[in-house]
Write a protein that binds this ligand. Sequence first.
Ligand SMILES: [Mg+2]
Length: 283
Amino acid sequence: MEFCSAVGSDQYDAVVRAGRRLLVALDFDGTLAPIVDDPTAAHIHPDAPLVLDKLAAEVRGIAVITGRPARQVLALGGLDEVGDAIAEHDRELVVLGQYGNERWTSYERRVITPKPPPGLSGLIRELPRLLREAGVPDAWIEEKGLAVAVHTRRLADPEAAFAQLLPALAEAARERRLAIEPGRMVIEIRAGGMDKGRALSSLVSELEASAVVFVGDDLGDVPAFEAALKVREAGFPALLVCSGSEEQRALREIVDLVVDGPDGVMQFLRVLAADVAAAHVSK
Ligand SMILES: [Mg+2]
């Protein structure tokens, strides 16, 4: 493994030694699943179920922390079945949807969802007009329950459309006290007050994990990387891994390791599982 931070190699060794106290948290799109033109068809990497199962046997827990609704990611990831397999090792799979606002666990097996934020339904009604005024009437609107996403990936010039839309949507979100989340050719508007960083921090405490690995690929993952750094500042090991792409290079500055997209994530998790298992044996 070629680490890109000065501390990467030491942090990796320390998370390996943490073994049963280690929480491995992963983003979904671009990390566990390849980015595709139709986000409703972003199925999990075919190797993921087996890789997650192997890893779960060696660590404290595995979490998927995503902007998607929890039910959607459960379906696209086949995570119900992954949870069944993980339960065999008496380990838990936690799925935190909509940036941590929704929660599903392989123990409880139901999605807990809060009410949609005030202002969201009004904004959704206004969206067709806002898109027309921004000159991007054909952007695809995806209602997500607690959020709405506007996708530009399938337009003729996705990047120009994204740039045209961002200021208009940021203003509309600000007026209604909603949060805006720019991603890879998608802009989301959602409830404020929760992000992947808060989601990760509370899960670390809840599981009493004393080491964390977080893998993400996009700007919405930055708060989770920062939460992982806080774990490190508190004196516990934390490894920050970026599922790299040409589309999103901003994260490369803050992480310890860049792997090559979902294929690279699978390879990393395989090696991590094997190293943790070997460390258990040698104890
Ligand atoms: Mg992602």
